[in-house]
Design a binder for this molecule. Structure first.
Ligand SMILES: Nc1ncnc2c1ncn2[C@@H]1O[C@H](COP(=O)(O)OP(=O)(O)O[C@H]2O[C@H](CO)[C@@H](O)[C@H](O)[C@H]2O)[C@@H](O)[C@H]1O
Ligand SMILES: OC[C@H]1O[C@H](O[C@H]2[C@H](O)[C@@H](O)[C@@H](O[C@H]3[C@H](O)[C@@H](O)[C@@H](O)O[C@@H]3CO)O[C@@H]2CO)[C@H](O)[C@@H](O)[C@@H]1O
Length: 603
């Protein structure tokens, strides 16, 4: 906001024209200046028809800068984010958070931004556009419809087909990929092939007039941001169905890896289901030593996504390094990524959903100057909520996450006997693999006055833990970025983290949290050394409880800018470098809270 207020004038194309004074633009109600923002006054428009027409080809921002002078200002890019989850409409974890939070930050910077995700449920706020297309999935042709809403400056597009809705309806959040954790829907390849094809049509055919600055279809000068294995076919179809026919000539694809553990490996014969020319076969070709889902030669969607895209990204710089470090951390795609290269940009967090001074799930609102008064009260509320003895003097350690080996809840459970005699309580919230759910549910029986495990996907409780706990534990075997430590830091809850991926980039030992060292990435056993590291670091953290040193760490945590603002600028720089026609830098934007608030989705 400060940057905006300090701005002094628009750059006006004609030297003879008086300089415009700073103006509030209606959209987002902000003042805008930027070197990259081109403004033509009405005289220039008459003299330079071609330029103006070129401008109109894309989006044109109109405003009255001064009485009698109409200025057409253009900035930004057309961006289409594609993913299997988009929060808050659909979310099983961090992928949904990123597709929910990064696009509005891009829109705030003046870009025209769309997300495309499946319509898993009857979302109250997204309407049928009336537009339908036919796409070939596998050996059949299916009709899909486009639903739409406009929130926080972003066109949210949902792909409607029974393959999404019938399976998941009413259970969004848990059944997106399969009926239970660890079991995938048999037609996932068809479902995500459909998503990719529909996403490629959306910018061309949807006539969206969501706000006064952008109208009509996005057109073909777009950059697609494809996320994880589900969208790996997008760059392939872009080439085989469009570029080969002279369409989407300058369009580009950035491919973002949120988790290399899920690659989309399927039987080699399934290539024929994808309806791609034979030339693409080698990009999918993959051999591993595993028998799942079939023995031997396979297709690997993520491998193709990496090879066929114009740029490969991931969600933190340290994870980017880990991915190319070797076969273990690169999960057998390290050699491919070494060839293409990869850029890591650390995730931001949604500072609207996670804001201790407005959070609707917590009874006391607070900020960095009131945290020490608020936390004990929020702790008592949390203890009462989960049925632990209510005592504000007992430090609480929280854990939130998908219950998969990645997150290390099994390591935590094994470490508990080594520190449970300390003055401490533990609260674990997560869903996922059944044995791991059962393991956390046992905690209450083993340690009735000390520990609780809640095997539910429970957003209000996640907020209460983030606010009421003193420490948040992330004993991850690997962690591409991690959002929970970001949420925690904003709430003055100090992270204790394994030294891996984004946890290395975002938590500074002794300054904003505690590092435990890197853990064994082998997932089929719990390494005793990791158990010891968890227990000894927890004891170290507990020693700091109530000390000025911890108070300083809490303050350091809470006074950081963890929003998407910084990461969005880095994303913009990278996407601009791809050279999509008609792409320009954005502006230095701010989301306007009231607008964003009234537009918060209500799925
Ligand atoms: N039981 C429960 N109840 C309520 N809420 C729950 C919950 N379990 C998890 N959540 C929520 O889901 C999100 C999980 O975020 P993570 O960063 O841990 O993502 P995840 O590992 O799924 O995603 C991957 O993608 C993200 C985004 O790029 C990376 O940060 C991450 O490292 C990578 O593994 C948080 O918002 C958390 O509060
Ligand atoms: O936002 C949370 C994560 O969501 C995605 O991960 C899902 C993954 O892409 C799906 O394929 C599926 O994973 C299952 C996998 O296919 C199966 O072989 C078996 O290993 O079990 C897995 C778990 O059921 O579900 C994952 C979510 O649980 C996204 O790709 C990740 O980046 C996100 O972290």
């Amino acid at each position: 906001m400060a940057t905006m207020a300090a701005a002094s004038s628009f750059a006006v194309a004609s030297g003879s024209e008086p300089k415009a004074t700073p103006k509030k633009i209606g959209f987002l109600n902000r003042t805008v200046t930027h070197a990259g923002l081109r403004c033509l006054n009405i005289v220039d428009k008459l003299q330079s028809r071609t330029t103006t027409q070129q401008l109109r080809k894309k989006h044109v921002k109109k405003q009255k800068a001064m009485p009698g002078v109409v200025m057409d200002c253009r900035s930004g890019m057309n961006m289409v984010f594609v993913g299997a989850e988009v929060g808050p409409w659909s979310k099983t974890g961090g992928l949904g958070d990123v597709l929910g939070g990064l696009p509005p930050a891009m829109a705030a910077n003046g870009h025209r931004v769309m997300t495309v995700a499946p319509r898993y449920d009857q979302y109250k706020d997204a309407w049928d556009t009336g537009v339908a297309i036919e796409v070939k999935v596998g050996y059949i042709t299916e009709k899909v419809r486009f639903f739409h809403c406009y929130k926080r400056g972003v066109d949210r597009v949902f792909i409607d087909h029974p393959m999404f809705l019938e399976k998941v309806w009413g259970k969004t959040g848990s059944k997106i990929y399969g009926p239970t954790t660890g079991t995938d829907y048999e037609d996932n390849q068809l479902r995500f092939s459909m998503l990719c094809q529909a996403a490629l049509e959306a910018p061309r055919i949807l006539n969206l007039n969501s706000c006064e600055y952008f109208s009509g279809p996005y057109g073909e000068d777009v950059v697609f941001i494809a996320n994880d294995w589900h969208t790996a076919l997008l760059p392939c179809y872009l080439k085989s169905m469009y570029k080969s026919k002279g369409m989407y000539e300058t369009a580009k694809v950035a491919y973002c890896i949120h988790n290399i553990a899920y690659q989309g490996r399927f039987s080699f014969g399934d290539f024929s289901l994808l309806n791609l020319p034979d030339a693409f076969r080698s990009s999918f070709d993959f051999i591993d030593g595993y028998e799942k889902p079939v023995k031997g030669r396979k297709i690997n969607w993520m491998k193709a996504g990496i090879l066929e895209s114009d740029k490969v990204l991931t969600v933190s710089p340290y994870y980017a390094e880990e991915l190319v470090s070797g076969v273990e951390k690169g999960v057998e795609l390290d050699n491919i990524i070494r060839k293409t290269g990869i850029t890591g940009i650390v995730n931001g967090m949604d500072v609207q959903e996670w804001n201790p001074s407005t959070d609707k799930y917590i009874s006391i609102k607070y900020n960095a100057s009131t945290v020490m008064i608020a936390k004990p009260l929020l702790k008592e509320a949390l203890q009462a909520e989960v049925g632990l003895p209510v005592d504000r003097d007992i430090p609480i350690i929280g854990f939130i996450g998908r219950l998969e080996e990645q997150k290390g809840s099994d390591i935590l459970v094994e470490a508990i006997p080594q520190f449970i005699r300390e003055k401490v309580q533990i609260i674990v919230l997560g869903t996922g693999k059944k044995p791991m759910e059962e393991q956390i549910q046992q905690l209450e029986i083993l340690y009735p006055d000390k520990a609780r495990g809640v095997a539910k996907f429970n957003v209000p409780l996640a907020h209460m833990i983030i606010a009421g706990a003193d420490f948040i534990l992330l004993p991850s075997r690997f962690e591409p970025c991690g959002l929970i430590q970001l949420h925690a830091m904003r709430y003055g809850t100090v992270p204790i983290v394994a030294s891996t991926g984004g946890l290395v980039d975002t938590v500074r030992e002794g300054f904003t949290g505690f590092q435990m060292g890197a853990f064994n990435v082998e997932c089929d056993a719990v390494d005793l050394a990791d158990v010891t590291a968890v227990a000894s670091t927890i004891r170290r953290a507990l020693k700091s409880y109530g000390t000025p040193a911890l108070a300083e760490i809490i303050e350091n945590c809470m006074t950081q800018d963890l929003s998407w603002k910084g990461p969005a600028k880095k994303w913009e720089e990278m996407l601009l470098s791809l050279g999509v026609a008609e792409s320009n830098p954005g502006i230095d934007g701010e989301e306007i809270a009231p607008l964003a608030k009234e537009n918060v989705a209500n799925p």
